[in-house]
Design a protein. Structure first.
Length: 235
C-alpha cells in the first residue's frame, strides 16, 4: 500500500472507523513470530473492539529444529514476545501450533518443546506430527523420525497441552465475563454457546432465538479443559 500501512495500523483504523453497533468484536487469525510487532500487542491490549487473543505458532522449542524449518526465530526471541504480551495484556489468551518429529529431532530437541510449553502454558495448542510434503527440502532428508517415536512424542505433547488448558480455564472460575452468543449448544437445546473475548467457549442456559449475536455477562460456575459452563448474570 502507498503510503505503507502496518497490520497494527489496520487494527487501529477498524477500531475507530467501523459504523457504530455493526461489529461487536474483531479477531485476527494468526501471527508469525518472525514478523510480529510490539505495536500489535499494544493494539490488542488497548483497542476496545480487538479481542485479547494471540495465536502465535511456535512449531518447536529447539533452535536447531527451528533453523531446519527456516522459521527465522529462536526459543529466546519467541519467549521475548510472550513476555511482552503477558506484561501488556496479562489476561490475554495465547494459542499456538507445534510439530513433533521433524527430521533430525532428537529427544533433547523434543524436550525443549516441552520446556517451552511449560514456560508459556498455552490456552489452546494445535499439535501435529511432521509428514513429508512434495517439493520440500526436508522431505528428502535421510534422518526422518520413525512413526512410533513421532506418535509417542505427540501423545506427550497433547497430555501436557490438556493440563495447561485446564489450568488456564480455572482462572475464569467464579468470574463474570462478557460472552458473545454464537449458537445453540448442539448437545443441549436448553443451552446456548458463545465465546469470551479471549476465545474460550462458554455454555449456559438460554434461548438462542433471543440471544444469538448478543453480548451478555455470564458467571462461570465450571471450568473444563477446553470450555466453560456458566449462567447469565441478571441485569
Amino acid at each position: 500500500m502507498s503510503p505503507r500501512r502496518t497490520f497494527a495500523d489496520l487494527l487501529n483504523y477498524l477500531n475507530e472507523n467501523l459504523p457504530d453497533n455493526t461489529i461487536s468484536r474483531i479477531r485476527y487469525v494468526t501471527s508469525h513470530p518472525r514478523y510480529f510487532s510490539d505495536r500489535v500487542i499494544d493494539a490488542v491490549a488497548d483497542l476496545d473492539l480487538v479481542c485479547e487473543c494471540f495465536h502465535m505458532p511456535f512449531q518447536a522449542g529447539s533452535d536447531s529444529v527451528l533453523k531446519g524449518m527456516r522459521r527465522g526465530y529462536t526459543y529466546s526471541s519467541y519467549m521475548t514476545i510472550i513476555n511482552k504480551i503477558r506484561a501488556k495484556a496479562p489476561d490475554a489468551s495465547i494459542c499456538g501450533d507445534l510439530i513433533v518429529g521433524f527430521p533430525g529431532e532428537t529427544e533433547e530437541d523434543f524436550q525443549r518443546t516441552l520446556d517451552l510449553m511449560e514456560e508459556v502454558k498455552f490456552d489452546n495448542l494445535n499439535t501435529f506430527v511432521y509428514s513429508p510434503r512434495p517439493n520440500t527440502e526436508a522431505a528428502d532428508w535421510d534422518n526422518q523420525i520413525p512413526t512410533d517415536v513421532q506418535n509417542e512424542r505427540l501423545q506427550r505433547c497433547q497430555a501436557l497441552a490438556a493440563k495447561h488448558a485446564q489450568e488456564r480455564s480455572m482462572r475464569y472460575l467464579n468470574r463474570q465475563v462478557e460472552v458473545l452468543v454464537e449458537d445453540r449448544n448442539p448437545k443441549s437445546k436448553e443451552q446456548v454457546m458463545g465465546r469470551t473475548r479471549q476465545g474460550r467457549q462458554v455454555f449456559f442456559p438460554g434461548d438462542i432465538s433471543k440471544l444469538k449475536g448478543e453480548l451478555v455477562m455470564v458467571e462461570i460456575v465450571e471450568a473444563r479443559t477446553w470450555s466453560l459452563v456458566g449462567k447469565i448474570v441478571e441485569k
